[in-house]
Write a protein that binds this ligand. Sequence first.
Ligand code: AMP
Length: 542
Amino acid sequence: MLGLMQDWPLLCHKIIDSAARQHGNREIVSRSVEGPIVRTTYRDLRQRALKVAQKLEREGYALGDRIATMAWNSARHLEAWFGIMGMGGVYHTLNPRLFPEQIAWIMNHAEDRAVFVDLTFLPLVEKLAPAVKSLKKVIVLTDAAHMPQTSLANAVPYEEWLAEADGDFAWKTFDENTAAGMCYTSGTTGNPKGVLYSHRSNVIHAMMAAMPDAMGISSRDVILPVVPMFHANAWGLGQSAPMIGAKLVMPGGKMDGASIYELLDTEKVTFTAAVPTVWLMLLQYLEETGKPLTYLKKVVIGGSACPRAMTKKFQDNYDVEVIHAWGMTEMSPLGSLCTMKPEYAGLTGDARLDIQQKQGYAPFGVEMKVTDDNDNELPWDGKTFGRLKVRGPAVAKAYYGGAGKDQFDEEGWFDTGDVAHIDPNGYMQITDRAKDVIKSGGEWISTIDLENLAVGHPDIAEAAVIGVSHPKWDERPLLVVVRKPGREPSREDILAYMEGKVAKWWMPDDVAFVPEIPHTATGKIQKTALREQFRDYRLPTA
Ligand code: AMP
């Protein structure tokens, strides 16, 4: 027997309809690429999204067409998303930080037919467009007055292009499992792999993200997604913020400490999210200027492990609650958030920080387990670590075009490639990427634990741990360190600081000082490059 409830497909444009109706006057504030701060509302954003959809349809784009965006977080970028989805297209976010050849490869693989591009990235698109056969149109997110000379014959300024539509358009309806968005993972080895979100998965993910024990956002919040829309959907905020009707503040291309601070302060931001690197810059700026964080209540930190010292600083010095989160492009991206269940809610000081080092527990909609190499499930004891596997309605079931088949099993589990343990209360902690974990004498050493510990040293700006080959133990940890400006900690200082805080056999065999640590296009430490750099390194213990 089937239920007798309405068949109301979970379509993304219903989110912007609800935002316009219930929260029509709520603002979306953007730092424009042209310079000034610009303001719009959900009502106007929806109207312009309708025009985007109408224009695209008139120009022959149709259900299932991939339409790329290469843009910073802005209202224009968001209305392009809703417009593309609302006419049945698939927004495809491109990460401009990748190499041009890699972007061209991705666009060809996705067969993008058009691209919405910020002024910043026009030179990049000029360079790669000739290599993308499917690309018919370049819509530059600016107006005619700011439109530069371009070698692209098919480029038009967005505002004039949009002005040719009147917005008299009805959103398309189709099955909720229809593709809505696309994002390629920036694999550090091999070709990038395409993740294809559906309307249903985006809507479910947005609801999941907003829940009180997940991000816990409401219409009373002012949300600043610093995490780019081209990095795993800005962690879903482009959909969950309009869903709950929060004011949005979009940072454009400026993510330095001073620029982010200016928005946090003038727009009275209460909630923000980004990778640790961004918060490092903000905290440094706050320390240098002595400025307070007057309005900010919560910061979500993920993408890579949030250092303990960062959590402590936000909470103790600025009274801002840190939510450590974990996820990945394949998960839309949220997988776990470290908010406090009653079992942990009463903890304070170091005991609370111990829990916040964990990436947290899976909200409803994410199932999680850890297994050994033979796929046997491991106990939730907070110690035994193994491969982290997940499934759920907003988790990929395949990559676009069928790559990476071995990451999915018959029972629907997706192997994340992360190594983790889960404690008896369900709190998961990432101990490594499967390919970064150090295998020393047959035992595993977590590089993330060592990095977290090292960055707690007051003179260390950033730290990375890699395995270096060792004649007796196979691999031993090498700690690679960037010192804070003007500080000169020695190898011995650093090792003495770490001594006694980890198992003796986990202690790094040596410390190497470098001016900077290489990062990937999504802000993670690029361990492959580091391993290459230190390939012939001779440990003093070897
Ligand atoms: P991406 O798809 O680019 O967002 O990368 C996802 C990967 O980032 C995950 O599989 C993890 O390896 C890593 N990651 C994300 N969040 C965290 C976190 N809080 N702590 C440690 N690693 C993380």
